[in-house]
Design a protein around this ligand. Structure first.
Ligand SMILES: [Zn+2]
Length: 215
């Protein structure tokens, strides 16, 4: 009975490939036959960071560029409750991590309590938990967003920097090597501020991985 129901559902709402968005058959990683064959891209951006008197370079990597059709996939994940995408997205993120990289924990970029009430979930936390399952690296919620600020997407790069200043708080991170997880990195203002907060709380090293980068 369930099988028949699933087939009826699949007929009206065919699954879509995670990367290219094409409807039709997808494998267990939610990829169509074409995308399953492709090797993942490893995209990078580097951000300069100053914390007190120390200078850091923040490496941020992603398996995809933030553009259509993948952009639409991420919007479904972020705004339309399609939380089941966290696991296949985390698989894409894991594929671009270095096998020998050593992290003590995975930390998601947090959202404010107000945003949590509004959306019902933190998409970065879902990604971090799924990536933790894939890699065996524990997920720890070391960051908290204590200020409910304006959403970033309408702001310029300068305004974004100002908008996120001082909005995060971190638990003690002494000596920790942290993999910071965000869904999309646009200007880097958010991950830079999160990293600044984590370094100020004692983190030894931070790298960033996200689903998609604006290049
Ligand atoms: Zn595809």
């Amino acid at each position: 009975m369930m099988k028949l129901w699933n087939r009826i559902l699949a007929f009206f709402f065919p699954p879509r490939c995670l990367l290219c968005g094409a409807p039709g058959y997808v494998d267990e990683d939610h990829l169509c036959a074409d995308c399953a064959k492709k090797r993942p891209e490893k995209l990078y951006r580097f951000f300069a960071l100053k914390v007190r008197r120390s200078a850091y370079t923040l490496e941020c990597r992603a398996p995809m560029r933030y553009r259509d059709p993948f952009r639409r996939t991420l919007q479904r994940f972020k705004f339309r409750d399609e939380t089941g995408m966290a696991a296949p997205l985390a698989i894409q993120m894991k594929r671009i991590l270095d096998a020998d990289a050593k992290f003590d924990c995975i930390v998601p970029v947090p959202i404010s309590r107000e945003r949590m009430r509004e959306r019902g979930y933190n998409q970065s936390a879902l990604l971090a938990e799924a990536l933790s399952k894939e890699t065996g690296i524990p997920c720890r919620l070391l960051l908290e967003k204590t200020v409910h600020n304006q959403t970033q997407h309408r702001l310029s790069a300068k305004e974004r920097e100002k908008n996120v200043r001082g909005v995060y708080r971190a638990e003690d991170c002494t000596g920790l090597r942290i993999l910071l997880v965000d869904d999309i990195v646009t200007t880097g203002a958010t991950v830079r501020e999160c990293s600044r907060t984590l370094y100020a709380a004692g983190a030894a090293h931070i790298d960033v991985v996200c689903c998609a980068l604006v290049l």
